[in-house]
Structures are given as C-alpha cells and as structure tokens.
Design a protein around this ligand. Sequence first.
Ligand SMILES: Nc1nc2c(ncn2[C@@H]2O[C@H](COP(=O)(O)OP(=O)(O)OP(=O)(O)O)[C@@H](O)[C@H]2O)c(=O)[nH]1
Ligand SMILES: [Mg+2]
Ligand SMILES: [Zn+2]
Length: 312
Amino acid sequence: MTRPQFETATVMARHGGGAYLVRVGDEQLTAVLRGKLKQGGQDRVVVGDTVQVERHVGSVSIAGVDQRRSLLVRRMAGGRRAGKPVAANLDQVVIVTAARDPDPVVGMLDRFLVIAESNGLPAVLVVNKVDLDPQAAEALERRFGRAGYRILRTSARGRVGLADFQHLLRSKVSLLTGPSGVGKSSLLNAVQPGLSLKTGPLGRKSRGGTHTTTTAEMLPLELGGYVVDSPGFSDVELWDVDVDALGGCFPEFRPFLDGCRFNDCRHVTEPGCAVRGAVESGAVGAERLESYCRLLAEVSVPSWSSGRRRGF
Ligand SMILES: Nc1nc2c(ncn2[C@@H]2O[C@H](COP(=O)(O)OP(=O)(O)OP(=O)(O)O)[C@@H](O)[C@H]2O)c(=O)[nH]1
Ligand SMILES: [Mg+2]
Ligand SMILES: [Zn+2]
C-alpha cells in the first residue's frame, strides 16, 4: 500500500455540510473533512486555516489542520461557552466605516477595536466615502488617532487613498469588517477589479444596509496576501472579553494601568484611578472611557442574566 500524499492547502471558504473551498498553489478545490476531524464539528476548520489535504479519485479530503498563528473568535455572552471561530491566521483586522451613508457609529467601532485587541490582532481603521463628507473623516481621525490607531481615508468611488489601502493589504492576511453598506466590497473591487465582488445600495429596511456580502470568503490578492471580505454587521453580537483584560484592550489606557491605586481597578469609581486621571488631564479621550464603561457593564453581567442588549 502506498502512503497517503498530503498537500498543504489554504481554506478559502466554507460551503455547507462539511465541505470547504481550498487552494493548493493556484488551484481551487472542494474538499471535505475526513473521519476524525468531522467529529469536532464544523468549527474545527475555518477560513484562513492551513490544512493538509489528500487527493482521491474524484474527491479531496482534509486530513489535518496545521497549528494556527492566530484565531479570531467571536464569543456570544450568555450563549455557548465556546467561542465561534471566524477566521484563522489573520495578520490584521481592517475596520471599515463610511464618512456618511451609513453614518459612523463610534461605539460600534470601539467595540470592534476591542475585539481585535482581545484577539491580539492589530487593527486599522478605514474611513471610506470621504467624497460624501470629508469633515466626518477628520472627526474620526482625531478621535481614533488619539487612541493610537492608524486611520486611512478612502473613496472607492472617487478613487481616493487606494494606493494606501493597497499598501495596507499587501502581503498580509487581513479581515475586512465593518457595518453593511460602508463599501468594503467596493474598496476591494477598486484595488482589484478582477474580483468582481457584488456590491449593493443601502437597504431601506435598516439603516445598516442589507448585507450584500453574506459569507466570509478569503480572496487572493494580485499584490500578494489575502483578504477576507466578511459580511457587514448591522448589530454586533456581544463579544465576551474578560473583565480584567478590557482596560488593556484600549491601547491609550495601557501606559496608565499600572498607576491605579488598586491592582484590580476597573477605572469606574475607584479613588486614585490613573486612567480617569489621564482623562482629566486630556491624555485620554473621555468618549473612549465612556465606551469602555459601557462595554465593562456588558461583560460584567453574569451570563445567566438576560437583557444584555447594548444601547446602540
Ligand atoms: N459615494 C460613495 N459610495 C460608495 C463608496 N464606496 C461604496 N459606495 C457605495 O456604497 C454601497 C455599498 O457598497 P458595498 O461595497 O456593497 O458595501 P459593503 O460594505 O461591502 O456591504 P455588505 O457586503 O452588505 O457588508 C454601494 O452602492 C456602493 O456603490 C464611496 O467611496 N463613495
Ligand atoms: Mg460586501
Ligand atoms: Zn483605574
């Protein structure tokens, strides 16, 4: 008997029923989970995974998953204990917002930044549709720039900032996320027209759009690297971050965390809080502390409690 010949492949998308679109070199194949892997459930293999595949006559199977460099996990508080893996082996999270149409919701952007931070992934903000409202971009730049984030201004329609956007994606594995209708797919089409991603007008049903992109799919970029174009969120589910780790998910708080009088300071009402002190001295933005407090209230509620809806 000959020994199985494994080939290394990258998982590009998940079809239903334990089948995945994988890429071996330049070849795209449909592969199914083999034996033992199947028992782990569908979450055992996610977009971005490096897997070992084996070719058979008429089929390809996934025999193993390589160790992951990173894993973006979405945890639903009060739901299943284990988080739902979204994508593996990401280098960065690119959070896209629009300057207008839909209007930016800063609390939602804070929430996404925290998710990236809590997963140990660098995050970059892209403000798209600057053609519609350059001033909105400036306000976002001030707020998030002060928090230490890099912000790119783009217009897929007006072809603004596309070289920077390309440079951001080059040779990296990026997750593109952000509300529905902000132009994530349009931006990708603008830097690589061959992708021909479906884009759509804003839906009337919800302010957040109608979800033109519906599944996370990894796309190879001609400039090198991959990008996962994920469906936009109109309502971010609660991502459960450890209460004690939340402060550290706000990069501009970090220099002050050791300065609080109490080791377990939550930066809410404690005396001698260095983070609140930094807000008073203007080193940290008050709005970011407000976002922090709102998220803290969410993650502090016991998981058995209901009514964990947030206010935006
Ligand atoms: N004015 C303007 N409109 C844009 C720009 N980029 C995209 N749009 C429009 O915004 C709408 C939504 O764009 P999409 O690319 O489908 O948005 P998306 O973020 O991929 O949305 P989902 O797939 O639903 O998450 C489309 O009508 C685009 O033509 C831009 O830079 N300026
Ligand atoms: Mg899209
Ligand atoms: Zn404190």
